[in-house]
Ligand binder design. Structure first.
Ligand SMILES: [Fe+2]
Length: 223
């Protein structure tokens, strides 16, 4: 049976509505792409300033998303978390070169300046509507489960979940890759370090979820 003319041919009004809808979707996609390109630009700018973090931001963003999925985080939260992980050290842009690029160990005073970078990230990002939900990691990634971290000295569940998951991934990636002052450590040694930090530096549930992820996906260890 042939469809009726009214069903097969949309009216001028319907065509105009459909075209407007397509245009809105296109504009939305353009906007999302522009946001993502801006974030990529900031990450590259930080990589340029601090050669040691080359590739680190992207790797920890990928792995934090996988860990978050395993921990049951889903939907829009994953996008916020990925942006937060990419921008975790964006506050370091506010540090002077003499401290950010210092080859030797930092003095106590210099450490205090270095430890301001989460606060700088908070000040940079909190005025940007679409990045405000991504602030958990940049602002809280140096908090510790035992309350001895910075900048706010949050303890246990007071620390946002995204930051608790990220903290484990950040240490894993840092120790598994070369730094100017040491080579990459073997996976077994890094796992031992992370286990040793469970309940003091790290959320024990985040450590369990991370180690289970490594067990399920051995290619993460081989990288
Ligand atoms: Fe940091």
């Amino acid at each position: 049976m042939r469809p009726s003319a009214s069903r097969s041919r949309p009216s001028t009004e319907e065509r105009s509505l459909q075209s407007r809808e397509r245009e809105l979707v296109r504009q939305y996609d353009d906007l999302v792409r522009a946001y993502e390109a801006t974030i990529e630009g900031w990450v590259r700018a930080l990589d340029l300033r601090d050669g040691q973090t080359e590739g680190h931001s992207r790797r920890v963003a990928d792995l934090t998303v996988r860990l978050a999925e395993a921990a049951g985080i889903c939907g829009a939260q994953l996008g916020h978390l990925r942006r937060g992980a990419l921008l975790h050290d964006v506050g370091k842009m506010g540090l002077p070169d003499g401290i950010l690029l210092k080859p030797g160990p930092l003095t106590v005073e210099e450490q205090a300046v270095m430890q301001r970078h989460p606060e700088y990230a908070f000040q940079m990002l909190r005025h940007i509507d679409y990045l405000r939900p991504a602030l958990d990691i940049p602002y809280s990634h140096h908090e510790r489960w035992d309350g001895l971290g910075y900048p706010r000295g949050l303890k246990g569940d007071e620390i946002p979940l995204a930051a608790r998951l990220f903290a484990v991934v950040d240490v894993w990636d840092a120790l598994r890759n070369d730094r100017s002052y040491r080579g990459a450590l073997p996976a077994g040694q890094v796992v031992d370090e992370i286990r040793a930090g469970s309940g003091s530096q790290f959320d024990p549930a985040a450590v369990r979820a991370f180690l289970a992820l490594l067990e399920r996906e051995p290619e993460l260890v081989e990288r």
